[in-house]
Write a protein that binds this ligand. Sequence first.
Ligand code: NAD
Ligand code: KPL
Length: 303
Amino acid sequence: MSWHILGAGSLGSLWAARLARCGEDVTLILRNAARLQAYQQAGGLTLVEQGQAQLHALPAQLPDDEQPIQRLLLACKAYDAAPAVASLAPRLASGAELILLQNGLGSQDEVARLVPQARCIFASSTEGAFRQADFQVVFAGHGHTWLGDPLRPQPPAWLDALHTAGIAHDWSLDIHSRLWRKLALNCAINPLTVLHDCRNGELREHPAEVANLCAELTELLQRCGQSSAAENLHGEVQRVIQATAANYSSMHQDVQHRRRSEIAYLLGYACQAAKRHDLALPHLQALHQRLQGHLQARGLPSH
Ligand code: NAD
Ligand code: KPL
């Protein structure tokens, strides 16, 4: 069975190249005719791993191609996920499976609502990749990907293909917990790095701000029934700040490069959840407003 991968960006290319080189049948879905032409001119996707570049001339097509889709890896940003799936919905075969690689929360439910007939598998990844040029992606950080289906505990048979492709993963029986934990980490670190315009490590100079956010995020997770995701959140945030001290967070990089951020699916989602539960979280709400103001002042979307 073949793979369709929507989004030849960082993670999409990383998955596409590794699946294709172990013999999987992979087709890319590109945004429009101009992107398809640029891809054809580039001759394929290049993955740079440990300094070695390898070109993969994978077939590519447009969203309105007629080929039915059985298994789709959705590798776009959270805010693009629902519109992208809406454009592909007529092509989904019966029993189609979607793997949703988006960070944060909210986009998975938007997609699942659009295609109730398909199986939606949620993913949370700590792998790192970035685009160094058009259709050239650098595998920057080995990590792990957790996959799970909140509605069906049985793992899909194709997990073996991920294993063969060297994509480190586990099937998770509680993928929501993984996604909430990552969302909380991202909410405690990323917005502060944008507002202080600093690397992750410099947050060690703002211990009270980090501690206050962790306390409120812990309360939120507990109220949302995510007690295991809440466990020792502050300790893990401090560990991640230390371990990634020299890095700029993904949100800092987005703002720096004047790209739209995923704020709505991180802090925005957290603040909405607090509101639904009638929970007052003054530090988190103030952070959300400060970040929105910061983005608006730079002409970037704040939702
Ligand atoms: P990216 O911006 O590099 O790639 C997304 C690609 O999707 C772009 O090429 C974009 O043009 C394409 N796209 C968007 N809508 C489309 C459409 N309708 N049709 C065709 N193509 C479309 O993004 P990324 O860094 O790969 O991130 C994807 C998701 O994975 C995000 O939610 C991100 O937070 C998460 N994530 C990324 C990393 C990483 O290291 N890059 C790590 C962990 C999680
Ligand atoms: O995932 C991250 C990001 O930059 O998005 C870390 C390193 C955990 C910081 O929140």
